[in-house]
Structure formats: C-alpha cells, structure tokens
Write a protein that binds this ligand. Structure first.
Ligand code: GLP
Length: 240
C-alpha cells in the first residue's frame, strides 16, 4: 500500500519532496534521480533551487522518464530541452550525468535496452519522481502497458496527444511516438514518489492507489512497489 500524503497546495508538495531529495544528496553526492517532465513536478524543481544551495551536486546523476521520438533534441518541448531548462541549469547539475532516452529514429530499436543498461550501470535509481496522466499513464506507459516492460517505443494515445497539445502550436505538431521507461524499469527504482494536483487527476489517483492492479491503469503498478509515496493536494485526493 502506498503511503499517501495530502498537502495544502503544490508549493507545499514541492517543499516536502525537495527537502527529502536534498537530504538524499547530502548523504550521498552520487544519488541517482529519476526525473519526470510535465507540469506536475515543476514545484519540486523550483523548491530544490534553494534547498540545494551550498550542496555538492556535481556528481548527482539523473535519468528522465521519457522522450518524444523524432523530435529535434533542440526543440524547446523535447524532454531533453525541458529537463535542461527546468532541472539541469537552475540546479547547476552536470549535464553529462543527466540522460534522457534517445528519441532519434535511427537505431531506435536498441535505444531502450541501452537506456536500461545505463540505469543499471549507474547502480539503479534511488528516487523516481512521477506524475500521472488523466488516463492513468506513468512516464508514457499508456493503458495496456505490461508491468514487466523495459524502456521502449510506444504510440501516444489521442488523449495524451490532446493533453500535451498545449505545449505545441497545434495537436498536429505533437509527435505520434515516444520512448519511455517501462513499468518494469520504473518499478526497479528504490523509492517512487508520485505527485498529482487538481481535480482532473482525482480519478487516476484513486485508480492508481486503491483500484485493482491492472494494465488498464498503468499507475496502479505502484501498488506492487514496497516503497511508494503519493503526494497530492485535496482536489487530487478527492476520490480516495
Ligand atoms: C506527460 C508525461 C508524463 C506526465 C504526464 C502528466 O504525458 N510523459 O510523465 O506525468 O504528462 O502531465 P502533467 O504533469 O503536465 O499533468
């Protein structure tokens, strides 16, 4: 059973998770973080700016959850660019130690396995930050994803493309495919911290935390993890 923490607002969630991450890094400067994109984790990254002042972050390693396939890495909405802008630069992390899955189409069939191998070589992820999609996806593991899946190419659902269209000029510009850490990859992290805010996430949160463990709601995979923390505001907790 996941530990549920209901907080007043996003800022309180960000502060709580950032304090915990800062203490991990103080104890182990080689901490390996699992980084999520989307709007949900932004308060955590924001709060880390002050929490990491004076902390040696030069050896912190990070692995992003996912990336679009075929997007120019320099595109402002590639997850590589987002992680660089929101995490690496403001926190002063070493960019060479922060990876995103390689979404270049050439050789894409190998990029997933290579990514999971790189995570293993780094010693595994200490803390994986997660958001959740309105359809219950985590990373880009859409409904129907296997709980044993490794990092691989997936097709985005229409719903997710609609949800993410706000970051692009139009829905036609949202890529059709992505490369995402698998649910099996995510479950190997030592601690999962799933955040969700707002009423729009309430059904997905309730399904993930209390519903049946099912591939039709990928977030329910967190129930299989022995250390999962769910940090939500009251609106996102309203169907629990
Ligand atoms: C995207 C990301 C997910 C994220 C989800 C929710 O699809 N690939 O990792 O959890 O969106 O986004 P938001 O946090 O903006 O609601």
């Amino acid at each position: 059973m996941a530990e549920i923490v209901i907080v007043r607002d996003k800022a309180a969630a960000g502060a709580l998770v950032a304090e915990h991450i800062a203490s991990l890094i103080r104890d182990n400067p080689e901490t390996v973080l699992g980084l999520a994109t989307g709007s949900t984790p932004l308060p955590v990254y924001e709060a880390l700016r002050t929490r990491l002042e004076g902390v040696d972050v030069s050896r912190v390693r990070g692995f992003a959850l996912d990336e679009y396939v075929g997007i120019d890495p320099a595109h402002p909405e590639s997850y590589r660019s987002v992680i660089t802008r929101e995490v690496v630069e403001p926190l002063g992390l070493n960019p060479a130690l922060i990876r995103t899955p390689d979404g270049t189409p050439e050789g894409i069939e190998h990029h997933g396995e290579e990514y999971d191998e790189a995570i293993r070589e780094a010693g595994g992820i200490d803390l994986q930050i997660l958001g959740i999609g309105t359809d219950g996806h985590i990373g880009f593991n859409e409904p129907g994803s296997s709980f044993a899946s490794i990092t691989r190419v997936k097709t985005l659902t229409e719903q997710t493309r609609k949800d993410n269209a706000r970051f692009f000029d139009s829905i036609d510009d949202v890529p059709m495919h992505c490369i995402t850490q698998g649910l099996g990859t995510i479950l190997r992290a030592r601690h999962l911290v799933l955040l969700a805010f707002g009423e729009g996430k309430a059904a997905a949160v309730a399904g993930a935390v209390e519903g049946p463990v099912t591939a039709s709601l990928p977030g329910s995979a967190i129930q299989l993890h022995e250390r999962a923390t769910v940090v939500v505001d009251e609106a996102a907790a309203s169907q629990l």
